[in-house]
Design a protein around this ligand. Sequence first.
Ligand code: CUA
Length: 346
Amino acid sequence: MRWPARRRGTPPPPRGAAALALASLASAATVLAGCSTGGPQSTLDSVGFGARRAEGLFWLMFWISMAVFVEVLAFLGWALLRRRRHTVRAGGGDATGFVVVLGVAIPAVILLPVYGRNLADLDALARPPGAPATTVELIGHQWWWEVRYPERPGAVTANEMHIPAGRTVRVLLRTADVQHSFWVPQLMPKTDLIAGKVNQTLLHADRPGTYRAQCAEYCGKQHAFMALVVTADPVDRFEAWLARAAAPAPAPTSQAEQRGRAVFEGGACASCHTVRGTTAHGTVGPDLTTIGSRWSIGAGAVPNDRGHLGGWVANSQTVKPGNYMPPQPVPASDLPDLLTYLQSLR
Ligand code: CUA
């Protein structure tokens, strides 16, 4: 198809105005989208030294980008107005100076200080406020997080990490399968979990709170449901939590719990899961010694309540397709007691 020829010197149709309006709308939408800076997983609400450095760098780059954007719009408007007043001839004038200034000099003046700031941030991330007070071992699995406290053998949990607020915590990162990435937007930038290597990051929460974390490296079908909650407790409450997490599971206190435990130990559950203090020592799936107090089932897939737990045990494939737990043919007469027992594990 051939476009109709336009007569030389005829003003172009008013596409420029529409483009300007569109660009303004897009920039307004971007700015408005960033208005909400709160939330449990917002990089714009930093609570730790690492996240604060990342947020500072973000705002520096944001305002520089805004200045460049406004400047480009100003040039665009100027060019459109100029084109309407004058007939532009192709090949007129030498634009070398223009290209050197706008294409080389100004970008260099902008990007070099940003690069310098970046290097300073990298250096600062290795210098936490205070020496690490405790160490946490985080192991990535498809698709859940195993959390261990090497200084307190036995303290093992899944998809939740407790740390002392106001203290620096060293997190050792390993993966049991593919590459994952640990990211707590309010506390620390991303750090990868690399196969065959122990990586490390430093967490520091300035104040107590609950901070959502997410796997930030595509790791397979259920990458999106690989969430973790980091809870920063006052130091004495953290110590109490750690002592409880290291202890074996409480003994059943009712007949239903007693029967549920027998179902758990005698069925397929025990071949994949551990409940410390019982005969269940499986290591394929998460340690379930404190399953009753966890925030979710399936690393953020569904809330941890009786209904969702029952659905998960019966057929977790309908909840989180592709996860490695096959459907469990637990007889309907056993399921209520099994759920009562699991919920008592706190
Ligand atoms: Cu693990 Cu994405």
